[in-house]
Structure formats: structure tokens, C-alpha cells
Design a protein around this ligand. Sequence first.
Ligand SMILES: Nc1ncnc2c1ncn2[C@@H]1O[C@H](COP(=O)(O)OP(=O)(O)OP(=O)(O)O)[C@@H](O)[C@H]1O
Ligand SMILES: [Mg+2]
Length: 227
Amino acid sequence: MIEVQNLVLEKNGRRILDNVSFKTNKNLFAIIGANGAGKTSLAYCIMGIEKCSGSIKVDGEEINNLKVYERAKKGVTLAWQIPAEFEGMKVKDYLKASCRCLNLNENKKEELIERTIEKTGLNREYLNREISKLSGGERKRVELASVSLVKPRIIILDEPDSGIDLISFDKIIEFIMELSKESQVLIVTHSKKISSMTEEALLLKNGRAIKLGPTEEILKLYDEVKK
Ligand SMILES: Nc1ncnc2c1ncn2[C@@H]1O[C@H](COP(=O)(O)OP(=O)(O)OP(=O)(O)O)[C@@H](O)[C@H]1O
Ligand SMILES: [Mg+2]
């Protein structure tokens, strides 16, 4: 369960988030809105990358006073809109770091890493590649594999489909469905196909939460407010 109340974020004198509130216990939840609506800012506030006023509760526990790593320890994870390049780091080492807290022996961890990377549509040879030398879409998939290996309580995916080719799109949808069996997944997206797999959604416009409701209704409203 995530509950956000009266989030306000200001930057350079501009109000980026204006009293945003929502609450959901759905395991597939979409945050929808046009470019610049404040979606990534909201994701950063939940993760603690941006410091905002207001309240953020995970399973009833206030986390808005915590630092990023403390929120991570509470099980909050974010997959970036544009994943970092990590100069010189191999995919395998990055993914090993993601699952370091799992109670598994080294062999089991390696097996899990291989299975996970393949589920994103990348073959296991990618494990020996350098992250900084991957394409944008490939890096995006490594990032998805990484958040899934953390086995977090809450996963925020910032535009998980951006840079993903059409053939791989269904694989990513399947991957997200699987993530939602064990974690609460909040998906920032513009894609109707991705948001249609969620049950509930929040519509943001100019930093304001316009409406929270069943995704179908929110998508209709989104079409109307775009006009
Ligand atoms: N440092 C800053 N100073 C002023 N305005 C900023 C700053 N950082 C972000 N913004 C503005 O905040 C607004 C929200 O940005 P945000 O990245 O959250 O949008 P978004 O909904 O994720 O958009 P997109 O769909 O393009 O990813 C934008 O208008 C952006 O220009
Ligand atoms: Mg964004």
C-alpha cells in the first residue's frame, strides 16, 4: 500500500508538484500525464531523490523523512527513465549487486541472474557486456532485470517501454506482469497498452493530481484533457 498526501515540490521558484495526493493498494498502478506533467518528479519524490514536503507512507509507515538508501532498505526501488551508464561495469556485476541481499548461494544467484536477463529478451551473453556500451533499449532491459532481482516491496518504473522495440514490447509487458505478483508496481507511462494492464491510475497535469480511478476512466479523461 502506498499513500501520498499533499506533496509539494518547488524548484527554482517553480511549483513542480502542487499538493499531489493519492493512495493505492493495487499491484499494477499507472501514473499518466503529458510531457512535463510531473511524473518523473513524483517518482523521484517517492524514492527520495527529490526532497519534497508532505507525507509518503508505505504500508502505513512514513518514509518522507528517510534518505534514498533508507527507503531502498524499506523496499522502495526505482527504474530510471534514462538508466545510468556505469562506465566500465559489466552487466553481470551490476545484476549481482542487485541481488546481494537475497538469501541464496552464489550458484543460485547466477542461475537467477541468467533466467532474469533472458526474461527481458536479452540472451545470457549480455552478462559479459559493458553497460556503457549497450544501446538505450538494451540498458532499459538490464535496468528492469536489476529492479526485479532486488525483490522489492514497491517498484516504480519510469516509462519502462521507452526505447523498447515493437517485437520486444510484449516480453516487457509479460515481465512487468510477473513483477506485479510479488511487488506493487507503479508505472509512469504514456503508452495505452502498458497502462491498460493496470487496474488503477492517477492523472497528472501541470503538477496536479487531476483524478485517481479505474485506468479505463483515467485514459478517457486523459484524451479529453489533452484536447
Ligand atoms: N530544476 C528545475 N527547475 C525548473 N523546472 C524544472 C526543473 N526540473 C524539472 N522542471 C520542470 O518540472 C516539470 C516536470 O518535469 P518531470 O520530469 O517531472 O515531467 P514528466 O511528467 O516526467 O515529463 P516526461 O513525460 O517528459 O518525462 C517540467 O515542466 C520540467 O521542465
Ligand atoms: Mg519523465
